[in-house]
Design a protein around this ligand. Structure first.
Ligand code: AMP
Ligand code: ZN
Length: 670
């Protein structure tokens, strides 16, 4: 049916001309709608009686000019206003209205007015046209000579027309609301006819043929029947209105505000500025605001593989991949009774744990690969974590042991030594003056716990691998932040399953909730697909004055940055430690490539092939791409000259090897 939408009649009721009324005038013109302007309720009513507008927009921002609700009531009192859409322009913070179902939050930006008009046209105004058209169609049905019946999808009769009543001998009231099968059928039809018709309708197809109907008096009559399913219109109409709703909900999102501000600025800008703003808008409209466009920065295969392997996911084939871990505290573990019982040899290796140059590999050896429990006991005690959580040291000890037992000691990199290393870096950062100023005690506790658990049960394979292999974890977490989701979820499962190791047992519900949220947020922040988002948000926020930094939002950004920097701080460690970490991560990547080849899976990082890889090149790329900018920003905030010095040395070390075309971790002996 042709609906005359292009000739929409709009009435604007604004007591005074201002940028808002001008915005709508301009928008009407652009949309090719006919627009009338009224300055008083009286003239508005007079104008409405004459033209019966489809859309009336009333200024409801200033009650001193006129009573917008009274005007709305007067218009509604006119019979023909039934199909008119009335919109109130309201101030930003007005919550509810009785009369005005539709509201427009004041925004004089011309494009915003135009968008609103288009939305109204395609949404409510068109719906009103359809209602009006519906009335006309029903009048036609009532007059038709043909018998017409309308049923719902589940075959309940909704309507029969007068011709149907007279032909079949039923009254409307006897049929409406009944299911079709309740109405007696003629035996003259073939037994499978109804099934044929139904299957046709179910497929959305029309059925036409001879059908014997049974009149109320029992007589059969032969009819030429056409049955048409009605699906498209209802479906698409529903979708349209829900889309319109989503749009009006997001209109006040911060990014929409920014876009509107730029739109407005464009209108009064000279051409070159307007064009530059066009490009800005183009960027703002994309969703990946914080990710650099990959491939443009670097053509180096090491960077590409690292970026591809760590930041994106490819899905090509599906194989099963299981992690087999105990998740429980193995009973054979013997443990230090408390901090004071730590064997002297181990205590000695931890003496300088508050220094950045602390050697975690010594501790790994001294504790027979259980550095996390020992270092955890010492660091948690230094920060008073047990006092904060009101938990006995024995509970903390059991917790550290069970968490450590769930790290895979068979991984060359992602084992409990890495967790202990990240815990160490986290504790170190927490002692920096600016960090201390920005965070609360609960943030410190959350950061220490998050660092401890952040890679628990890591299978020694990347997210991309798990997705390609169709592993159970990838399926559970929908290929999204698979490992990080697992680390966080498993940490809480292990902790809360058994009172013996539940370090949260004695804290208040609200405090638990805050702590849990902060821990989850930090563990998820270690996911590398979000690397640039976290770093860029942090950089944007530290450019603000200190007062603004103390806000909660910025505390979150500081915590995310802190754990991220702790997690990949190995290039900033003293050279020997840095080299050891590079060897371990390379070995883990090599093992993954070996397995990908063995299993016929896509090789996600081809440069990490043990036969061909240049470790120095891979480290140069990793530092260039992920480390330099991040630590520049973190150093600017937390003041870490020693880390930056190590980073510089290490970078030169890898460069030196690469210049000598060496692929190994260390130069060959002279
Ligand atoms: P996580 O898995 O939480 O330790 O996240 C850090 C990511 O950075 C991991 O995917 C590591 O494989 C990667 N990574 C850390 N250190 C290095 C390094 N030195 N070279 C290359 N990749 C690294
Ligand atoms: Zn990690």
């Amino acid at each position: 049916m042709c609906l005359p939408v292009s000739l929409l009649q709009v009435l604007l009721v604004f007591a005074k001309e201002d940028s808002q009324s001008n915005g709508f005038c301009w928008a009407c013109e652009k949309a090719n709608f006919r627009c009338s302007m009224a300055r008083t309720p009286e003239s508005a009513l007079e104008c409405f009686l004459e033209k019966h507008h489809d859309l009336v927009i009333i200024d409801h921002r200033h009650s001193r000019h006129f009573d917008a609700e009274a005007l709305c009531r007067s218009i509604r009192a006119v019979n023909s206003s039934e199909n008119t859409v009335i919109v109130a322009v309201v101030k930003r913070y007005v919550i509810s209205f009785f009369l005005f179902v539709t509201r427009y939050v004041e925004n004089a930006n011309m494009m915003a007015c135009y968008n609103e008009l288009l939305q109204l046209e395609h949404g409510e105004v068109r719906a009103q046209f359809k209602l009006r058209a519906g009335n006309a169609i029903f009048t036609a049905l009532e007059q038709s000579q043909e018998a017409i019946e309308i049923t719902s999808e589940d075959q309940v009769i909704q309507y029969v027309n007068p011709a149907y009543e007279s032909i079949m001998g039923y009254q409307q009231g006897e049929l409406i609301g009944k299911e079709i099968i309740e109405v007696p059928k003629s035996e003259k039809n073939k037994p499978d006819l109804l099934e044929t018709i139904n299957s046709c309708i179910r497929k959305g197809k029309e059925w036409q043929g001879i059908y014997y109907a049974k009149k109320k008096n029992g007589d059969s009559i032969q009819q030429n029947v056409k049955i048409t399913p009605v699906i498209g219109q209802g479906g698409s109409q529903r979708r349209h209105s829900s889309m319109a709703r989503i749009h009006s909900m997001t209109i006040e999102a911060p990014i929409t505000k920014v876009i509107n501000i730029i739109n407005a600025a464009q209108e009064s800008s000279p051409m070159p500025v307007a064009e530059a703003l066009d490009r800005v808008l183009e960027i703002l409209r994309t969703t990946e605001l914080y990710s650099p466009q990959l491939g443009t920065k670097d053509e180096d295969p090491h960077t590409n593989d690292l970026v591809g392997g760590l930041m994106t996911v490819s899905r090509r084939s599906f194989k099963k991949f299981e992690t087999t871990q105990p998740h429980h505290l193995p009973s054979h573990l013997t443990t230090p009774l408390s901090l004071s019982d730590i064997p002297p040899r181990i205590a000695q290796t931890m003496e300088n744990e508050d220094s950045w140059d602390f050697d975690i590999f010594n501790l790994e050896a001294a504790t027979l690969k259980r550095p996390l429990t020992y270092l955890g006991l010492k660091i948690f005690s230094r920060f008073g974590v047990c006092e904060f959580l009101n938990c006995p040291e024995a509970t903390l000890r059991s917790w550290l042991q069970v968490i450590e037992a769930n790290y895979h000691s068979s991984n060359s990199y992602h084992n409990s030594t890495h967790a202990a290393d990240v815990l160490h870096a986290t504790a170190y950062f927490l002692c920096k003056e600016r960090v201390k100023q920005s965070l609360d005690p609960i943030d410190e506790v959350a950061a220490l716990i998050a660092a401890t658990v952040h890679d628990v049960d890591h299978p020694g394979r990347t997210n991309s691998f798990l997705c390609n292999a169709g592993s159970e974890l990838a399926i559970l977490y929908n290929d999204t932040a698979v490992l990080e989701s697992h680390h966080a979820a498993l940490a809480f499962q292990i902790t809360t399953r058994d009172d013996k190791c539940n370090i949260f047992k004695n804290i208040e519900r609200n405090e638990y909730r805050t702590l849990r949220q902060a821990i989850i947020d930090m563990v998820l922040a270690t996911e590398m697909t979000k690397h640039f988002e976290h770093v860029n948000k942090f950089v944007n926020s530290i450019n603000k004055p200190l007062a603004a930094l103390e806000e909660n939002g910025n505390r979150i950004l500081v915590k995310r940055m802190l754990i991220k920097c702790a997690d990949i701080s190995n290039p900033c460690r003293p050279q020997e430690l840095c080299i050891e970490w590079a060897g371990r991560i390379s070995e883990e990547y090599f093992a993954q490539t070996d397995e990908e080849k063995r299993q016929g899976l896509p090789v996600v990082m081809p440069v990490f092939d043990r036969n061909t890889c240049s470790i120095p090149k891979s480290q140069i790329s990793f530092i260039d791409y992920f480390i330099t900018d991040m630590f520049d920003a973190w150093d600017a905030f937390a003041d870490l000259p020693n880390l930056m010095q190590h980073l510089d040395n290490n970078f030169k070390y890898w460069k030196g090897l690469d210049e000598r075309k060496l692929h190994s971790l260390r130069p060959p002996p002279e």
